[in-house]
Write a protein that binds this ligand. Structure first.
Ligand code: URA
Ligand code: CA
Length: 431
């Protein structure tokens, strides 16, 4: 095969020029079919990572990726919302927001991923509930959203096969952290999954992909512009991942935390703030008038309707009767304590995530860590920092993820900014 066109395209991209739509199409198509091998695509990914990508290129790449596989279609006239998180530790927002938004009258069709590295996966959390399945066929996924207003399912391998191949190549070639490639990867999967409106929860901090707020902001704005270019209402919430989001970190224990939150037994204030920011945007892009959003969300939570919707989702996806009420953290408990007195100045979210994930592998899905002392909290020597559920967890290793100093660090906003699709340009609402 004469691939002079491909070599010339790579040279163009290497030198900083943008590739046209037809070239992106031809590359994605050829790569998925196996007519183009890894070498030129790896070189292209590196050129994109170093040189950046124009909006038109990201749009062309995303479209070509969507066309590489099947797409899910919801009945005409139904705007279903999806929510994407860029990955975090103790990020239980989806399990709470999906049923809450559905119970507010906006259908949610959530495609989720599994745990990756130190970050948790919504599918693992949901599947910890006995009987629950997430491998829904597209027809069953659509039917469940029609019937009860929400579903949480695994991304099928038939959706965006180009992303699976490209992501694996990027992982091997140090080309994951390219804003354009990340945006195309995320948005192509949401479009193929049938989302009519999308909310992105972009994390910033040590526990996230994007370490600084400035980097997170660039990704958030790119995601919103890209979704809008496909005619999708969109918002991005930029939120802090310097320390774990909710109190619970694990898989099943995060489902317990979501249940307790929805039922009103216990609501971690940080998780609550993140949930309400994301829910607000999901209702907005789902077409609820701004002035109605807050009361509708609060009423739906307080009335128990959101909890009931979560129970319905669990039953619809195979959960055993009573399973949701019975789940509880692993009964083996130990306490991680402060070696000295002072103030918690940092909690290494990545380390907590890794320890919790190892514990779920060793001790089962309901093992994990419950954060008791947050950044900024004063602690005495010997005071509890975290509760460890599961015999394999070493409380001393958990305690080492906490830095104790003499002075509280400057307070960080949990929700740093919200980027919306309001025309003509995406505007940012600083809080
Ligand atoms: N998540 C994705 O789905 N794709 C990326 O490229 C990065 C994070
Ligand atoms: Ca299961």
């Amino acid at each position: 095969m004469d691939d002079g066109w491909l070599r010339r395209a790579l040279a163009q991209k290497r030198d900083g020029a943008a590739l046209d739509d037809a070239t992106w199409d031809r590359i994605v198509d050829g790569y998925v079919k196996g007519e183009i091998d890894d070498a030129p695509v790896a070189a292209l990914a590196m050129a994109c990572t170093i040189r950046g990508m124009a909006d038109a290129e990201i749009f062309a790449l995303t479209g070509a990726m969507v066309r590489s596989g099947d797409t899910i279609v919801f009945p005409a006239g139904r705007i279903v919302v999806d929510k994407h998180s860029s990955g975090g530790v103790g990020d239980t927002v989806s399990l709470v927001a999906v049923p809450l938004v559905a119970a507010c009258g906006v259908p949610v069709a959530k495609l989720s991923g599994r745990a990756l590295g130190h970050t948790g996966g919504t599918l693992d959390k949901l599947e910890a509930i006995p009987g629950v399945r997430t491998d829904l066929e597209p027809a069953a996924f659509v039917a469940q959203v029609e019937a009860i207003g929400c579903a949480i399912a695994a991304q099928s391998e038939r959706l965006v096969p180009a992303d699976q191949k490209l992501y694996a190549l990027r992982d091997r070639t140090a080309t994951v952290p390219s804003v354009g490639l990340i945006a195309a990867s995320i948005v192509s999967k949401k479009i193929a999954g049938g989302a009519g409106a999308i909310v992105f929860d972009v994390k910033a901090g040590r526990g996230a992909f994007m370490h600084t707020i400035a980097e997170a902001r660039v990704l958030a704005e790119t995601l919103v512009r890209l979704a809008a270019a496909f005619g999708r209402r969109a918002s991005a919430v930029i939120s802090d991942m310097e320390e774990p989001l909710g109190a619970a970190v694990g898989s099943g224990i995060e489902a317990v935390e979501a249940r307790d939150f929805l039922r009103g037994d216990e609501r971690d204030p940080r998780l609550s703030e993140a949930v309400f920011a994301v829910v607000h945007e999901m209702l907005r892009v789902g077409g609820i008038a701004e002035r109605e959003i807050e009361t509708r969300a609060l009423d739906t939570l307080q009335s128990g309707a959101a909890y009931e919707r979560f129970a319905q989702l669990v039953r619809a996806q195979g959960g055993s009767p009573g399973a949701l009420d019975r789940i509880a953290a692993h009964p083996h408990r130990a306490t991680a304590t402060a070696a000295r007195g002072g103030v918690v100045t940092a909690i290494d979210a990545a380390a907590i995530g890794e320890l919790a994930r190892d514990a779920t592998v060793a001790d089962g899905p309901f093992a994990g860590i419950r954060i008791l002392a947050r950044v900024g909290a004063p602690v005495r020597a010997g005071e509890a920092l975290a509760e460890c559920a599961g015999p394999s967890l070493d409380p001393f290793a958990v305690a080492r993820a906490f830095t104790i100093g003499v002075q509280a660090p400057p307070a960080r906003n949990l929700v740093e900014a919200v980027v919306r699709d309001e025309l003509p340009a995406a505007v940012e609402l600083r809080r």
